[in-house]
Design a protein around this ligand. Structure first.
Ligand code: SIN
Length: 335
């Protein structure tokens, strides 16, 4: 391809840390390393081919292991992306992130960024110092997707292991494999290989410019409680005592819960707490009035959102002032 450098797209790369920026003392180690220690300039220098994909503006937003991601940092990141995408000289954004909470950050950005320009997240399962590190190719592919015209208007995307996923559907499914990300119900949107970006389908539910949400400054307290054999009501009662505004159930099967938890949630709802039923299963959907009587209990079904994404959506809805079950159900059916 004979591309003059000054016609290349201009992309911002925002680094937040993660294993993609991780380093171990020994190249044979793929666990037991420190995440988030390599700066964005070094990450970019390691992939000279990036120079023929885009003109790059780089920023270090954070240097964390993504297990320590916070809503406050989400607010900073979402606002910075909006500010960059509002500039005429930025055509898209790539965010480097840890894999552990990538799906939560991606979904939050999908619902709050206000631009049709591409936003692509990427990460790595192996630290930058590892034999066969996956970060460099994931980064190259993420920039390739962000530089492509097809990525515009598709909401926030994840480029990982040659696949392109939607932020709404993607989830981490392996603790060690380099194909760690899947979109269990809907499948990937497409693929990227050797500079070729190929979308097989588009995103249907509203996002970015069509989303009613803006990123909050103050985040309501929303926590997740799982149902399992012998679960007690102690976590629900403790959360209600602590002033929680919403609880997401990581339920068994189709979002079911033990009788003990059902009573605890009924009491919590009576005290004004919003309760959303999702499933701990990892795929499938939670049907309204399916495994629990939502109409009678006052609960909301999460549909195909996993507990962690359901929590993000519930936080955004509560921050927007929607806390009644019908209003929340509309939101979960829309997004
Ligand atoms: C992290 O999420 O920051 C550490 C793990 C990873 O990136 O794979």
């Amino acid at each position: 391809m004979n591309t003059s450098l000054d016609t290349l797209p201009r992309l911002a790369v925002l680094a937040t840390g993660g294993t993609i920026a991780g380093q171990a003392g020994d190249a044979s180690r793929t666990a037991g390393y420190k995440a988030g220690v390599v700066g964005v300039d070094k990450l970019l220098e390691a992939v000279p081919a990036l120079g023929s994909v885009a003109r790059i503006h780089a920023e270090q937003i954070a240097s964390i292991d993504s297990k320590d991601m916070t809503p406050a940092l989400w607010t900073t990141l979402s606002r910075r992306i909006d500010a960059l995408l509002a500039q005429d000289d930025i055509d898209g954004v790539v965010v480097t992130h840890g894999t552990d909470t990538l799906e939560e950050t991606a979904y939050l950005l999908h619902l709050t960024v206000k631009s049709a320009k591409p936003v692509v997240l990427t990460a790595a399962m192996r630290p930058s110092s590892a034999l066969s590190a996956d970060g460099p190719l994931n980064l190259l592919n993420a920039l390739t997707v962000a530089a492509s015209r097809q990525a515009a208007g598709q909401g926030v995307l994840i480029a990982f292991n040659n696949l392109i996923h939607s932020a709404r559907e993607v989830t981490k499914t392996s603790t060690y494999a380099v194909d760690a990300f899947r979109s269990p119900e809907a499948g990937a949107l497409g693929f990227v290989q050797d500079g070729r970006v190929d979308f097989q389908r588009t995103v249907v539910r509203p996002h970015t410019l069509a989303s009613e949400f803006t990123v909050p400054q103050d985040w309501p307290m929303v926590e997740i409680v799982a149902s399992y054999a012998g679960v007690s009501r102690v976590p629900v009662d403790a959360l209600v005592g602590a002033g929680v505004k919403g609880i997401v159930l990581a339920g068994t099967g189709n979002g079911s819960m033990s009788s003990t938890l059902a009573q605890a949630f009924a009491d919590a709802i009576g005290r004004g707490v919003a309760v959303v039923r999702s499933s701990r299963v990892g795929s499938g959907h939670v049907m309204r009035n399916g495994a629990a009587p939502d109409d009678a209990l006052g609960t909301v079904s999460a549909g195909t959102l996993n507990p962690y994404k359901a929590r993000v959506l519930l936080q955004l809805a509560l921050a927007r002032g929607v806390s009644d079950a019908p209003g929340l159900q509309r939101i979960f059916e829309t997004y």
